[in-house]
Design a protein around this ligand. Structure first.
Ligand SMILES: [Fe+2]
Length: 591
């Protein structure tokens, strides 16, 4: 039985195809359309899933959309009416887009896939999140927490999964939203909502959480069980789609950070690509520290609310295993604290924890929750996207007159890669099926030597041009975690496979991997040979050569672009950037 899940029209559009309960293929639309965070109908991702399975739309038994459009439309209508006339612009926009496409998603699905009406089902946004977290987990029973910006009405749920059943026990509703609170601070700090949240998380360690009381006194009330209420006097996300906070918010925290201003403090580097050091450097450092303090404060509050929610979920369920989803599940710093500080012993988060993951969740929910079919699948890795055979890569290289070296002996190729990295070069690694979710985990990755702090600047100058406060992540062999990080027991769990866990670095080792040391912590990815043999062997060989079984791993893309999908995308990124060596499966290309 084939079931296709679809999510779109809000954040990341995606499609996921399951066969008899097992995932076959899944991808976010942005990888094909090349539009970052593309939320349009995921036509390309759907076609990829069908092609991969070798089927057509007619072969699908069901297509499930991840939420209920009419309920969401009702929320938008009611909120805009309550806030009229302030909300007239949102109202007008909503009428155009919702009456245009969003409400009639059923007919679009029918048109694009050719399935009949009766085969099209609609999930619920948070149930899809919960299903995406529980069903592909290895747990027979687990507590479930979902937290995001907003679905139809719901912004957070607590529940229980047992076998094929999911029960949501409690929920919090719009406009009370931890995700939207975090997003309001994201916008205030000069970053794009739904995109810059992880930048706030990256900025936080450079500040002190000075404003926690201010946030609790004015913006959010939190009960001992973690239930929360947002004081809407300070926000405008319920009536504006341009601004998320209002002038009262600015009275509390001062003027918003200018997005054009370079962020640096006395604790960050001042990289050469910022140009010459300004004459008022110290003054600008202080100004930036104020914003870092705000980032640290909202990050801390978010962690505290999540810890309360998780603790009360434990009290209520007595379970030792937890599954999490929703955009807030991507807050890797909070995830590290949940594992280290609450009674939950095991945590499962799948790599596409945000709205893209709703596609997977809605398909699995139809199969297990609605049809009662037994579970038979655990999501052991993130490699569910498209792959490109050698023949196709060769055709691409030759038709574009690109010279290459072909390695039939894998270990020779891996030795070359490691030699280059040890020599300080930056390598683009393209292999296998691309990753599900926002992180590059070794199949569309840029790899570099993590030992010296200069490598951070070098990767930024060559490729990324990112703010110097944004961390690069370490990939580490699972057997070596305890040598470098505190919490080696928790790093053996799923979130670390998907780079969804921040752990403190051991003091005697933090200088040995300076390029991936983020103020004494690392957002690590762990790797086991069976998950990705080639990637594992590269890190292992690097460890044998240098004594450090860790590499710097960052996503293979240019700033502002989605991660590369095809050999052509990869070659294009390689040509436009300072990447020294490109590996496309068994082909090696040098500058
Ligand atoms: Fe969501």
């Amino acid at each position: 039985m084939y079931i296709l899940g679809i999510s779109c029209y809000f954040h990341d559009a995606a499609a996921a195809l399951i066969k008899d309960g097992k995932l076959i293929a899944a991808a976010e639309e942005e990888r094909f359309s090349r539009v970052k965070h593309d939320f349009d109908f995921p036509e390309n991702a759907i076609n990829f899933c069908l092609d991969y399975a070798g089927i057509s739309g007619k072969d699908l038994d069901y297509v499930v959309f991840y939420e209920k459009p009419f309920h969401k439309f009702e929320r938008i209508l009611m909120t805009t009416f309550q806030n009229f006339p302030k909300s007239w612009k949102v109202f007008r926009e909503a009428m155009i887009t919702w009456l245009g496409d969003k409400l009639w998603v059923k007919s679009i699905i029918k048109e694009k896939t050719g399935v009949e009406d009766k085969k099209i089902l609609f999930g619920e946004h948070h149930l899809s999140h919960a299903a995406s977290a529980f069903y592909p987990s290895p747990f027979e029973e687990a507590a479930i927490l979902t937290v995001d910006g907003v679905g139809e009405w719901t912004t957070a749920t607590m529940g229980i999964g047992k076998g094929t059943d999911i029960k949501l026990l409690k929920e919090i509703k719009f406009p009370h939203s931890l995700g939207l609170l975090y997003s309001a601070f994201t916008a205030f700090l000069g970053f794009k909502v739904n995109n810059g949240e992880y930048k706030v998380m990256g900025m936080a360690p450079y500040g002190k959480p000075k404003y926690i009381e201010k946030i609790y006194d004015n913006l959010i009330k939190v009960a001992s069980d973690g239930s929360f209420w947002i004081n809407m006097d300070y926000f405008s996300y319920h009536y504006s789609d341009e601004r998320t906070f209002n002038s009262k918010f600015e009275d509390l925290f001062g003027k918003p950070r200018n997005p054009e201003m370079n962020f640096f403090t006395s604790n960050t580097r001042f990289p050469s690509y910022f140009g010459e050091k300004p004459s008022n450097y110290s003054e600008l450092c202080r100004e930036n520290e104020h914003y870092a303090d705000i980032a640290a404060s909202i990050q801390r509050v978010t962690e505290e609310v999540l810890l309360k929610l998780v603790n009360s979920l434990y009290k209520e369920t007595g379970m030792k295993k937890l599954c999490m989803a929703g955009g807030v599940g991507l807050n890797s710093k909070a995830n590290g604290r949940i594992l280290r500080e609450t009674p939950f012993e095991e945590l499962f988060i799948q790599p596409s924890a945000g709205d893209g993951g709703g596609a997977l969740g809605s398909a699995l929910h139809a199969y297990h929750g609605l049809m009662g079919k037994p579970r038979n699948f655990v999501l052991e890795h993130a490699y569910w996207g498209k792959e490109y055979p050698d023949k196709e890569i060769k055709g691409f290289l030759e038709s574009n007159n690109i010279s290459y070296e072909y390695f039939s002996d894998d270990s020779k190729l891996l030795d070359r890669i490691v030699d280059e990295i040890v020599a300080g070069k930056v390598v683009g690694l393209f292999q296998g099926r691309f990753e599900w979710g926002p992180r590059a985990l070794g199949n569309r990755s840029i790899l570099a030597d993590p030992r010296s702090e200069e490598m951070k600047d070098l990767v930024n100058i060559k490729i990324k041009f990112r703010e110097p406060f944004r961390p690069f992540a370490p990939v580490i062999l699972e057997e070596n975690i305890g040598d470098f990080f505190y919490g080696d027991n928790v790093a053996k769990q799923f979130p670390a496979r998907y780079m969804l866990l921040v752990l403190p670095l051991k003091e005697d080792k933090d200088r040995s991997i300076n390029a991936v040391n983020h103020m004494g912590t690392g957002r690590l990815q762990t790797i086991r040979e069976k998950w990705n043999p080639r990637y594992y062997r590269i890190v292992k060989k690097f460890g044998e050569a240098t004594g450090v079984p860790v590499l710097l791993n960052t996503s293979f893309n240019l700033r502002g672009e989605p991660i590369v999908t095809s050999p052509a995308n990869a070659f294009n990124t390689f040509s436009k950037s300072g990447i020294d060596m490109l590996v496309l499966e068994n082909f090696m290309i040098r500058k």
